[in-house]
Design a binder for this molecule. Sequence first.
Ligand code: FMN
Length: 334
Amino acid sequence: MKNPCPHIVIRDLVISPPLFLAPMAGLTHLALRRVIKETGGVGLLSTEMLASRRLPGENPAISSFLVRTELEKPLSYQMAVAQPDDVDPAMAALQRLGADVVDLNLGCPAPALRQQGAGAALMETPATVRAIVARARKSTDLPLTAKIRLGATLDEVKLRDFCLLLEGEGIDLLTVHARLRGESFSRPPRWDWVGRVKSWLSIPVVANGGIQTAADAARCLAISGADGLMIGRAAAEMPWVFATLATALYGAPPVAEPDLPAVYRRFADLLEAHFQPERRLGRLKEFTHYFQKNYAFGHHLAMTVQSSSSWHEARERAEGFFAKHTSKAVGADR
Ligand SMILES: Cc1cc2nc3c(=O)[nH]c(=O)nc-3n(C[C@H](O)[C@H](O)[C@H](O)COP(=O)(O)O)c2cc1C
């Protein structure tokens, strides 16, 4: 038996085990969250990034960004916000939607977001961030978290001041994607810098970036001393990764070897059950881009689904692939 399962408590919320799903645009919608939750091991789920200006006007019954089921709990809603005046209406909408946590996106380097002054651009405007966090803190008692990258360059003083500002304004937990703003996902993450952030703060710090396997997770925890781990792309590749990590790190009961076609079918069935017809195919293609990595010849699956022009064609072609390829899951314990 490994150490008893640790947990993180923020406000009234217990996050156990301390394994977090990363917000990912186009991926962390109802279907992926359900597949992950049904396999187990995840402590906190996340939506994809939501634009604060659009939130108050969205209809949660039909918006593919907001549609959810009760099983997806606890669920963090990630908000991209550029202006303090947008905070109150967006927070009110998130309370109505039943958010368990509100996360502020302060790290996304996407140019569209930066042009609006949101995401990673906010690290350059600390006065705006201070106003945004203060407004958010005032408007809710929900756990309030933030997600950052390390900055535009490695600047320890600037990063420390920024993190202390967030803690000082009432952020309950900070996730650090251990890369600089301009660094690609293929670059090795700087987990030691998460350790520096941890040493400056008294709130929980979660490490993110480059965790695929149980060995990666253990190494990241050892290097960073982080309170928890956030997993992004590996969760789309292997939705069972949280269960695998919970077993390896925290002694949770072992999980069965994943049945790959069954996982894929479940994901597609959930898209079919909960999304408007025109919203399904793009999401299946996006997921397939990651999921295909479980197969030695997965690029065939990716190509055949990518070139499908209808939902039924994509599903039939995927079944054709599964009938021919019986590769075992590569697995997160490799
Ligand atoms: C397709 C994709 C979409 C993403 N969308 C978001 C997002 O909406 N908000 C955010 O904070 N980060 C976003 N990210 C970054 C992830 O949350 C995470 O920080 C990054 O993928 C590194 O973690 P990983 O190595 O475990 O994938 C996205 C990443 C990917 C690959």
